[in-house]
Design a protein around this ligand. Structure first.
Ligand code: BEZ
Length: 247
């Protein structure tokens, strides 16, 4: 899937705004940081401003191009975290709202063990168990009416599921929590725009008319639970992790 960096920044800026609270877990002294799934680079930039040396990586060329344009002189690279190699492991692996796009976390955490120094930190937040359950259910129902089935591109784990994965890959848990984070989506078309951006892999095989049918159907079925008078609210649930690589 290729990302629309402009739409992301205009309509989904909440992604990096919420992510800013994760910065509180960074070390106080300057650290080398790999920002995994950096998107358009806002959090990488904030970490640079705090005095850290940051490399932002993302698989989307559009996102990285936009990050480079906004923050010239800062380091960004189009690369997949699963295959990224470095001779210099980082003090901190950081990631906000990205790791749910990677379904194989066994491989991911085994890779992370190589990318972070012994004693270094893995700080992240992404979708936890039950994330966007209402949206997904409504979307699935609409697709089924067209004879299609929903293919989830996501991994939304619980803490119980994730702790053994961390430990099996040499990470000691310092903080592991799940919480509901209902998330406002901008304007009357907020839910529609969100679906177009994030469920594009399921929508792209449909004609434009069928896509609109699905989008309108989802809006109608979520009107009661997710429309809050002037905006849509997505039923986000987060898993937040701070773990240290054992020495
Ligand atoms: C999330 O941040 O939880 C999320 C974003 C896009 C699609 C699915 C989940």
């Amino acid at each position: 899937m290729e990302w629309d960096a402009h739409n992301y920044q205009k309509n989904h800026d909440f992604v990096f705004q919420y992510g800013a609270s994760l910065l509180a877990f960074l070390p106080n002294s300057p650290a080398t940081i790999l920002d995994i799934g950096c998107g358009t680079g806002e959090l990488s930039h904030q970490m640079t401003e705090l005095g850290h040396r940051v490399l932002g990586i993302d698989t989307s060329p559009n996102m990285i191009q936009q990050a480079q344009k906004q923050f010239p002189g800062e380091k960004f690279q189009v690369v997949n975290a699963l295959t990224f190699e470095t001779a210099q492991p980082f003090d901190v692996l950081f990631s906000n709202a990205a790791l749910h796009w990677i379904t194989d976390h066994k491989s991911l955490l085994s890779q992370f063990q190589k990318l972070v120094k012994p004693g270094g930190l893995f700080i992240c937040e992404f979708g936890g168990a039950g994330n966007i359950a209402k949206i997904t259910q409504a979307f699935e129902t609409e697709l089924e009416q067209l004879g299609k089935s929903y293919q989830s591109p996501f991994f939304f784990p619980s803490c119980e599921e994730y702790q053994p994965l961390l430990e099996a890959n040499g990470f000691l848990v310092e903080l592991l929590q799940e919480y509901d984070r209902p998330t406002p989506l901008k304007g009357e078309n907020g839910l529609r725009n969100w679906l177009k951006q994030f469920f594009s892999s399921n929508l792209s095989s449909l004609s434009e008319a069928k896509q609109n049918q699905v989008l309108s159907g989802v809006e109608a079925s979520l009107k009661e639970s997710c429309w809050k008078d002037t905006f849509w609210e997505a039923d986000y649930r987060r898993i937040r992790i701070v773990a240290k690589r054992s020495k």
